[in-house]
Design a protein around this ligand. Structure first.
Ligand code: C2O
Ligand code: CU
Ligand code: CU
Length: 512
């Protein structure tokens, strides 16, 4: 009922439903594999280890699947962008060159840097312009990432490829002798919408703007369903979900357990043996996988159960609903023609949940002695104490038809200060989910400790330092945050990128 009410507030949507019903889509075949799956080797972008370098964003044409070019954005000609690898304590000088046809600015997701170095959307630079970054990296080892942050365009620019790893190393981590070099695999997982010609497309209809942009194929390091040859030993997998909206529940195809050793903000207290790890957009997980339990000739896959984050009722209506929508996950699509009249409007975009999609195939090709011992302890976390928190702020997340998504009933405004936070304050931030969709909430310039979620236990990787935390439908999530960045304005927002681009973002100002 609520859904119908919502739909009816959107002009024209209900009027479309006869067309929707009349049209059986091929959506049921979404997220299955093309014939050439696992025919391409996994590869990794170049790594930048310098302390002074340039990052030039450009438009390009690349073959993503099959023989047809897609429009993509590259940095230094690389897709995905280069992996930045730094040591704690380094100072970086980065010259960002915007050679796109639109405004942009880079943000270092997970880092604590001064406000003018953080890529606030107000700091965008136009085509042909540049932005100079200069900051110290003074935080512990972790798997972070970087991406553009122009308001209203972030979803498009990340989708077109601008999402790279930003890895920090430190001595504490080095002492653990974790698998490194070719035994360390940064896997940047991103969902794309591939059309019949094999091109990646991004264009938003009203539903996409409201729900977020979902696709039909998962890419790893911009390669669809690659394979990778491994030896019989431990590997470290650094996972990033850089998808616009898709939530991924990752596991191994043979259901063997693996170890999660790190979260957004670095090492966990100890390795946790798990059989799956769930990553919403922007979340990272650091894993150890023991291929020593396999034999040469074996193969297995990292796969994802895909979730759209919609609440039960919503998901039912969208995907399995009898009558209203096509049972296989189709929704209307007005890409291209813009008209509703011509042909079948069912899109092959999958908003559906609960499909299992192979992401990468690991082939065990060589025997190798492994001297690596899984440490019992990884780090001694020094989390702040909730009892020392100075105040609690409440944030109600909600989705409004036609207008976008909001925080406490307000849509993002570039220069409006929504929260003033005294520097070094320790605060509890409470996010209240809505009934429509899950929201991966991200706070800039800090790592926080998740206190609890009302909907259940915290997963092992949610017990470490985090900068992005999934707030499920109807759920309240409380996080404990220490704001130790320098004074100035930062944003916090939902990392469903279309939610953020359509208003689910706010400013907080750190004041002295
Ligand atoms: Cu991934 Cu505002 O950032
Ligand atoms: Cu960020
Ligand atoms: Cu959201």
């Amino acid at each position: 009922k609520e859904f119908l009410k919502l739909m009816s507030t959107g002009t024209g949507i209900l009027a479309l439903s006869p067309a929707l019903l009349a049209c059986r889509s091929e959506a049921g075949k979404e997220l299955t594999l093309p014939e050439n799956a696992f025919s391409r080797p996994l590869s990794f972008p170049e790594e930048i280890r310098a302390s002074e370098f340039e990052l030039a964003a450009e438009t390009a044409r690349r073959k993503l699947i099959g023989g047809v070019n897609s429009d993509v954005y590259t940095l230094n000609g690389s897709l995905p962008p280069p992996t930045i690898r730094v040591k704690k304590g380094e100072t970086l000088d980065i010259n960002f060159q915007n050679r796109l046809d639109e405004e942009s600015i880079l943000h270092w997701h997970g880092l604590t840097v001064p406000p003018e170095m953080d890529g606030h959307p107000k700091d965008v630079v136009g085509p042909g312009e540049a932005y100079d970054y200069h900051f110290d990296v003074n935080q512990r080892a972790a798997t972070h990432w970087y991406h553009p942050h122009p308001h209203g365009r972030t979803g498009s620019q990340i989708y077109h490829g601008l999402a790279g790893f930003f890895i920090i190393e430190d001595e504490e981590e080095q002492a653990l002798n974790l698998p490194s070099g070719k035994y360390e695999l940064p896997l940047n997982i991103q969902e794309k919408q591939i059309n019949e010609q094999g091109q990646a497309t991004y264009s938003l209809n009203m539903m996409d703007r409201m729900m977020g942009f979902f696709g039909n194929r998962l890419f790893v390091n911009s390669i669809h369903a690659p394979y990778h040859e491994v030896t019989t030993r431990f590997y470290r997998l650094r996972l990033l979900n850089s998808s616009n909206a898709r939530i991924l529940e990752l596991s191994l195809s043979d259901d063997n357990p693996f170890y999660v050793i790190g979260s957004d903000g670095g090492l966990l207290e100890q390795p946790y043996k798990v059989s799956s790890v769930t990553l919403s957009p922007a979340e990272r997980a650091d894993l150890l996988v023991d291929f020593g339990r396999y034999e040469v000739g074996d193969s297995l896959r990292l796969e994802a159960r895909t979730r759209n984050g919609m609440g039960g009722m919503m998901d039912g209506m969208m995907n399995n609903g009898e009558g209203m929508m096509d049972g296989s996950g189709g929704m209307m699509q007005n890409e291209g023609s813009g008209g509703m009249g011509g042909g079948c409007m069912m899109m092959q975009r999958s908003r559906s949940s609960d499909k299992v999609v192979p992401i990468v195939e690991f082939r065990i090709t060589e025997e190798e002695q492994d001297s690596f011992q899984l440490p019992e302890k990884l780090t001694s976390p020094s989390f702040p104490n909730e009892s020392e928190a100075e105040r609690t702020r409440r944030f109600n997340l909600s989705m409004e038809m036609m207008q976008g998504s909001s925080i406490n009933g307000r849509f993002f405004e570039m220069m409006r200060v929504d929260e003033e936070v005294p520097r070094n304050a320790l605060e509890v931030w409470e996010f209240h989910g809505d009934r429509m969709m899950a929201h991966p909430m991200h706070i800039h310039a800090t790592q926080f400790k998740v206190l609890d979620r009302s909907g259940g236990e915290l997963a092992p990787h949610e017990r470490g330092w985090k900068d992005t935390m999934l707030v499920n439908t109807d759920e309240t999530v409380r996080v404990l945050v220490n704001f130790d960045a320098p004074e100035g304005m930062f944003v916090f927002h939902c990392h469903n990128l279309e939610h953020a681009d359509n208003g689910m973002m706010a400013n907080f100002e750190i004041i002295s």
